[in-house]
Design a protein around this ligand. Structure first.
Ligand code: TA6
Length: 300
């Protein structure tokens, strides 16, 4: 989509398109409630800050790659149509192929409550069918207001059922990982990716004092990131999924990643709304599937 074609989606004093240095286009939303930045490459929210807050909801690495074919480290990357390693072991990229492709703008609107909604989409092409041989349309509905609402909508345009896994791989900004607790997972089973996928049971809130990479199953209800350092709580309400992934790379893994500063692990935590691990989703031909998350920040 050419930059000139985007003009019709602008909303005066509320939604603008900006061409940035790396040749990518950002959507800048600034309404009475909040500010947000969204990349049309990758369909990825990079920043969200309600007007009542000083700090961003999201972490984006200073060393993030902004290159065609690479994922941007931070914000809300979309993992689709698989989460994690290639499920068929064909050497395809981890976390699927839509987080490193260009998306189209489908619509934009101001809502009566002062929030702004923008919808981006991506559909199958020769390039995607080489990797995954199914027709599809994938939309992301992003509503920027007192909260940030995301709906990832898979339209199965194929003549047969498709099976996917997926995640909103959200990187939350935290003041100091040592002062963070994640609640809402107490008593749930998880697969521990740093211990050969051993099955374990969560006891109490999740605290991070080493590498954590866990797939929690049977999740229902709200998750809360309690951040004593920033003096805030982030509430995560999800639907269309019963899996949550919690990831922090800790020191050694962070240092091995070219797109993270060595000490970035102290400023981020991924808490992901997902259909992943044992939970996959079969979508009948011609049907839609919605994975939704709403993020709300409150002071402690
Ligand atoms: O969601 C957690 C995880 O799958 C980890 O296993 C780790 O590999 C991470 O994602 C990688 O995320 P990235 O954004 O670097 O591709």
């Amino acid at each position: 989509m050419d930059f000139d074609q985007l003009e019709k989606y602008e909303i005066e004093n509320e939604l603008q398109f900006v061409e940035i240095e790396h040749g990518f286009t950002y959507i800048e939303i600034n309404n009475a409630r909040a500010h947000a930045t969204i990349s049309t490459y990758s369909g990825q929210v990079l920043s969200y800050r309600p007007k009542t807050q000083n700090d961003d909801l999201l972490f984006v690495s200073e060393k993030a790659y902004y290159e065609d074919g690479k994922a941007i480290k931070g914000g809300i990357p979309v993992c689709w149509p698989w989460f994690g390693a290639d499920p068929d072991d064909l050497g395809r990229p981890a976390h699927g192929f839509v987080r490193n492709r260009q998306w189209e703008v489908i619509s934009s609107e101001s809502l009566a409550d002062g929030s702004t909604r923008v919808v981006l989409g991506i559909a199958d092409s020769d390039g995607t069918r080489e990797i995954w041989p199914h027709p599809f349309r994938l939309g992301i509905e992003i509503t920027v207001g007192d909260s940030l609402k995301i709906a990832l909508v898979t339209h199965n345009t194929a003549a047969e059922n498709i099976t996917i896994s997926q995640a909103l791989h959200t990187y939350f900004y935290v003041g100091d990982i040592g002062k963070v607790e994640v609640s809402g997972l107490d008593g749930l089973e998880y697969l521990d990716k740093v211990d050969n996928l051993a099955e374990k049971t969560q006891s109490g809130p999740v605290v991070i004092d080493s590498e954590v990479d866990r797939i929690y199953t049977g999740v229902s209800g709200e998750l809360v990131i309690d951040d004593a350092s920033l003096g805030r709580r982030i509430r995560i309400a999800s639907s269309g999924c019963s899996t949550a992934v919690v990831w922090n790379p800790w020191k050694e893994v962070a240092a091995s990643m070219g797109d993270l500063e060595d000490d970035d692990y102290r400023k981020m935590i991924c808490v992901e709304s997902a259909n992943a691990g044992p939970e996959t989703v079969e979508i009948p031909a011609g049907s839609d599937y919605r994975l939704e998350a709403e993020y709300t920040i409150e002071s402690r």
